[in-house]
Write a protein that binds this ligand. Structure first.
Ligand SMILES: Cc1ncc(C[n+]2csc(CCOP(=O)(O)OP(=O)(O)O)c2C)c(N)n1
Ligand SMILES: [Mg+2]
Length: 609
């Protein structure tokens, strides 16, 4: 790097500081000191190192930058303003309603791939992006900027572990070690050695640098990708760095400067500030663009009515079938692939499968990362273990991510393994995610057809599969539009709505009641969000406005609440049968009976009404 460049980068760093201070002072809130500590690193990355086409932030081979410490958003916006993407005049609209420059970054902005601000999530997403780059034979690098306080999060170390295992030398973590967190100093402060040893033990190459020395920053960045390990740069910095009365001071986290303070700070910075506007940056190399387009159709299926196949097994078959036609499909699992049947896909397409080991937060983050790169990621594990990644899934909602989650082993019907393995809260969690779709097929055909839609449509989908084998009840040509429901039996007394194993209990109940001269309607609610309201309402109106829901889930937030929530305004009475109480090990039939969600319980409830 030539000397004038160093001077220019120093100047740009100060310009970024000025923008960050001005914007937060105008907003009356925000984190200027968290921006100042990282300004030299960000200036060097954006104007002296990264390869990207600023005119097209979505370019398939642009270097990626994730601001994992999302509260430093003004710094990110300032960098993209100096790169010519955000109008400089817009920076002071920070945090105002109507501006896309939100308090923490969201993909409303074209240069933001994922929402950040819930600390600890960026590095896992970066792993997914780095893996996708490798799969697509692209040479972009993924840079993730983290705070020193942030890396107390376990999810960071799940990601660090995976990056080390897969030797992701296209992934760079930069730790802005400014010694301070929010309310006090971080646990290890400026003891960079602690962080160095930790990253090294996870298989990373580590460089410890002065994070305010542009020359040093530029020099270590020149070593990116030179060996077969991910690179961690521990940058020793000062919070508020560059401004004398802020630098390294306690009690300045998350506080804007008042007008006088801002003027004083800018008077210090201005003399050496330089604009980045018009500074040329390296373009991405022109490698072939990956084929990330959806196929026009998927191959047909051929199941026989009555065949016994667990929906989890149908999931594995569907993933292979769809993956054959759709090169965008990738899969990942958390060491349960032989139970979720993702293994079928792994065997067929080993390059497109990522074993994420037992680290579910990272499993979800990796999937989100793949999704940002035009892939259609299917992540699977036992449904209950997705609850562990609740925050990643919630933030995926804010990111409007393309994310497909498939959870198996649901409810008490898994039996002997006992309550720690039973998903009984998953529907409640997944229904509450912004923009999510929640599907719950009962047979193999429904599973296959729903999976096609999951692959074809963008968005966050959760598919609940079951452990026990269930008979195929639908013909191969049956359609299962998202937001629909199927009437599988018709009667006039009451409508029973089930899904998964409880659908078959409802059918048994219908047979028994029929032999006693009582007719009931049975509905397969394969689409829980959006719910097949039209079908259920129509049926309910023909059965005395009375509905019974039956589900292998706790009563809170599952199928029963979904149906009651949609139908209460229509004057329909909804009676919920659900797992009311703490489960224990036992045979599935015993447990379904004990918790009152089997055929006998349905018969009893129908008669009581
Ligand atoms: C998961 C999570 N927990 C807590 C917070 C609240 N919070 C925002 S910034 C911050 C301190 C971060 O310290 P550090 O990572 O060192 O960043 P710095 O501001 O020092 O660069 C905290 C606790 C959060 N945003 N996310
Ligand atoms: Mg800090």
């Amino acid at each position: 790097m030539i000397e004038t460049d160093i001077e220019l980068l120093k100047g740009i760093a100060n310009q970024l500081r000025i923008h960050s201070i001005n914007a937060t002072t105008a907003a009356g809130s925000g984190h200027p000191t968290s921006c100042c500590s990282a300004a030299d690193v960000v200036a060097t990355l954006f104007f002296g190192h990264m390869k990207y086409d600023a005119k097209n932030p979505h370019h398939y081979n642009n270097d990626r930058f994730i601001l994992s410490k999302g509260h430093a958003a003004p710094l990110l916006y300032a960098a993209w303003a100096e790169a010519g993407v955000v109008p400089v005049a817009d920076l002071t609209k920070l945090r105002t309603f109507g501006s896309d420059l939100e308090g923490h970054p969201t993909p409303r902005l074209p240069f933001v791939d994922v929402a950040t601000g819930s600390l600890g999530q960026g590095l896992g997403v970066g792993c997914g992006m780095a893996l996708a780059g490798r799969l697509d034979k692209l040479d972009y690098n993924t840079y993730v900027l983290l705070g020193d306080g942030e890396i107390a999060e376990g999810a960071v170390w799940e990601a660090a572990s995976l990056a080390g295992i897969y030797k992701l030398n296209n992934l760079i973590a930069i730790i802005d070690d400014n010694r301070l967190g929010q309310s006090q100093a971080t646990a290890f402060g400026h003891d960079t050695n602690v962080y160095a040893k930790r990253f090294e033990s996870f298989g990373w190459r580590v460089e410890v640098i002065d994070g305010h020395d542009i020359e040093e920053i530029a020099e270590v960045l020149q070593g990116v990708g030179l060996d077969d390990k991910p690179l961690a740069i521990i940058a020793k910095t000062y919070k508020g760095g560059g401004v004398s009365f802020l630098q390294d001071k306690d009690n300045w986290h998350g506080k804007p400067l008042n007008k006088e303070e801002a003027a004083k700070a800018i008077a210090e910075l201005q003399p050496s500030a330089k604009s980045g506007i018009g500074v040329s940056v390296q373009a991405p190399s022109s490698l072939p663009e990956p084929k990330n387009t959806a196929p026009s159709s998927y191959p047909a299926i051929s199941y026989k009515l009555g065949d016994l196949i667990a929906t989890r097994e149908a999931y594995g078959a569907a993933l292979v079938r769809i993956g054959e036609a759709d090169p965008r499909v990738v899969a990942m699992d958390g060491d349960t692939k032989n139970s979720t049947y993702a293994e079928k896909f792994f065997k067929k397409f080993p390059d497109r499968f990522t074993e994420c080991f037992i680290a579910e937060q990272n499993l979800v983050a990796v999937a989100i990362g793949f999704g940002t790169r035009g892939k259609v990621p299917f992540a699977s594990t036992f449904a209950t273990f997705f609850t562990r990644a609740a925050d990643q899934i919630r933030v995926a909602g804010i990111s409007t991510a393309n994310l497909k989650l498939v959870g198996s082993h649901v409810g008490v019907s898994i039996g002997e393994d006992g309550p720690s393995q039973m998903a009984l809260e998953d529907l409640a969690l997944m229904r509450s995610v912004a923009g999510s779709v929640v599907l719950y097929p009962s047979d193999a055909v429904a599973t296959e057809k729903l999976l096609e839609q999951m692959a074809a449509k963008r968005g966050i989908f959760f598919l609940r599969t079951s452990r026990p084998k269930t008979p195929v009840i639908y013909g191969n040509d049956e359609q299962f539009p998202v937001g629909g429901a199927k009437v599988v039996r018709q009667g006039d007394k009451v409508t029973v709505v089930g899904a998964g194993v409880t659908l078959f209990e409802a059918l048994k109940a219908a047979d028994q009641l029929k032999s006693e001269g009582i007719g009931i309607t049975v509905i397969d609610a394969y689409s829980i969000k959006p719910l097949g309201k039209k079908e259920i309402l129509e049926a309910a109106k023909k059965t005395n406005n009375t509905v019974i829901t039956v589900e292998d889930h706790y009563p809170e937030g599952g199928l029963g609440d979904a149906v009651a929530g949609e139908l209460s305004a229509e004057g329909i009475k909804v009676h919920k049968l659900a797992v009311n109480g703490l489960p224990r090990s036992g045979q599935p039939t015993e447990l379904l009976s004990h918790f009152g969600i089997d055929a006998a319980a349905i018969v009893k409830k129908v008669k009581s009404l």
